[in-house]
Write a protein that binds this ligand. Structure first.
Ligand SMILES: Cc1cc2nc3c(=O)[nH]c(=O)nc-3n(C[C@H](O)[C@H](O)[C@H](O)COP(=O)(O)OP(=O)(O)OC[C@H]3O[C@@H](n4cnc5c(N)ncnc54)[C@H](O)[C@@H]3O)c2cc1C
Length: 426
């Protein structure tokens, strides 16, 4: 598979070009010769395997070389380049933990490191990728028939087909169990369902070839793969939601279904909220890594800016209040990365993990990334308002990451329920 052969070579070639230059330590602790690394204070790198480091470097080089130069234009014009998924597919970045179907079958930590590198550039690019990998390929791999896997997984892995995941509805976001979208047996066409309803805020929906839509069959939630090309005119519309003030480098839209015929063979083999929630858990795990990447980019940019910008005859970096902002942010970024790696290791272990662990790291890392990006933005003064400095874009994006896939307060309720045994949702 391309990812582990050519890209591994590519990774070592790119290591020297893209590894962030480490600052030379000015002082050393008397009891240790280990220098402090501002961009990896707790040495999360030491917990990674060689293969994971290689994958991380490959992802970083692609993101810095190919995504970063596009992001300002994409963000200004809300213009998502569909080729990005093909490029990611050619590097083996899509569905990375899946075995077979041209997917590399790497560790959960490796998949998290990919999302970290993509989100270091932009959360919108990471969203487009996560939907494809965790919310479309993941459920097909987990709940799909062999025929469904054979038909779609490889094409999704190569970015030939684009997928989207439709759970949220205009009247039901945090409470998807109350969804109104229905699937009813076709009155005349045997082996078909008719889907009706509306989904909103759906990443990739305007360009999706495959739409994974969750709908109720006799009150039970089921997942259906809708193939756009097979939908009769007027039964499926996916208008884009424009003029967003965050995640503008990704494309978002609605899914409107009006008696859309879908073959029963396109239904996934799972019933109830377990279906969407198990895919969301995987995506939330990726977000926990991803937002650390966005925060790390904010830290790096704020550090560089504060070293270069002088006020009162001194670089801003010399002032205590500025140093505190950087120290707080670097601390939470490194704690967040260690926690994410630990959950990733448990995810791949025999013992497995409790879903609440993912709620904890998704919530904590998103909240801290949003908080610190807003604080670090202050270091840029008036220049923070210019998109050329990038930090304002991260701040706007990180609001969305804190909101989607379970808003932070909802994850607090999930944790509160696990801690007390008492349900506080209603
Ligand atoms: C850019 C973007 C992309 C998205 N992509 C997708 C996608 O691909 N697929 C998809 O299905 N969805 C997607 N979403 C939707 C997202 O998951 C929802 O916005 C999110 O689940 C919150 O739902 P809501 O917006 O309806 O807010 P609401 O559910 O109306 O919540 C509003 C506020 O009320 C709070 N609240 C709700 N219930 C409680 C309670 N019981 N106790 C305390 N507080 C509560 C929430 O925490 C939140 O702060 C996307 C959203 C955005 C903005």
């Amino acid at each position: 598979m391309s990812f582990l052969t050519s890209t591994t070579r590519q990774a070592s070639r790119l290591l020297s070009r893209h590894h962030l230059p480490l600052p030379q330590p000015q002082t050393r602790c008397a009891s240790s010769k280990t220098p402090f690394q501002w961009d990896d204070p707790l040495s999360s790198q030491s917990l990674l395997t060689e293969e994971e480091i290689s994958i991380q470097e490959t992802a970083r080089s692609y993101c810095q070389d190919r995504l970063l130069p596009r992001v300002l234009d994409a963000y200004r014009n809300e213009n998502y380049d569909r080729d990005i998924l093909r490029e990611m597919g050619s590097l083996g970045l899509l569905g990375p933990t899946i075995q077979g179907y041209s997917c590399p079958g790497v560790s959960s930590v490796a998949s998290g490191l990919i999302t970290r590198e993509v989100e270091r550039v932009d959360s919108g690019y990471r969203s487009g990728m996560s939907v494809q990998s965790s919310l479309v390929m993941g459920p097909i791999d987990q709940f799909g028939s062999k025929a469904q896997k054979d038909r779609w997984l490889e094409k999704l892995a190569q970015g030939e087909l684009v997928g989207c995941f439709g759970l949220t509805e205009p009247n039901h976001g945090s409470d998807p169990g109350s969804m109104e979208t229905t699937a009813k047996p076709h009155p005349t066409k045997k082996g078909y369902y008719l889907l009706s309803g509306a989904k909103t805020w759906i990443t990739n929906s305007p360009i999706a070839d495959l739409l994974l839509v969750w709908a109720k069959v006799d009150g039970q939630i089921k997942g259906f793969i809708i193939e756009r090309a097979a939908c009769p005119t007027g039964t499926l519309e996916t208008p884009a939601l424009k003029n967003k003030n965050g995640l503008r480098a990704s494309i978002t839209g609605m899914i409107q279904l009006d008696n859309c015929p879908v073959p029963a063979e396109n239904m996934l083999d799972v019933t109830g909220l377990k279906g969407p929630f198990s895919c969301l858990n995987s995506a939330r795990f990726g977000i926990a890594f991803g937002v650390v990447g966005a925060l790390e980019d904010c830290i790096e940019r704020a550090r560089t800016y504060s070293l270069e910008r002088k006020q009162f005859n001194n670089p801003l970096a010399k002032f205590q209040l500025v140093q505190k902002k950087l120290a707080d942010a670097a601390t939470d970024a490194s704690y967040g990365m260690l926690a994410a790696i630990q959950v990733g290791r448990l995810k791949d272990s025999e013992a497995g993990l409790a879903p609440e662990m993912i709620s904890m790291i998704k919530r904590q890392n998103c909240d801290r990334a949003l908080h610190h990006s807003r604080t670090l933005q202050e270091i840029f003064g008036g220049n923070a308002v210019s998109d050329e400095y990038h930090i304002g874009r991260h701040v706007a994006n990180l609001f969305v990451t804190q909101t989607y896939e379970g808003q932070s307060d909802i994850h607090a309720l999930i944790l509160g329920r696990a801690i007390t045994g008492l349900q506080a949702f209603f």
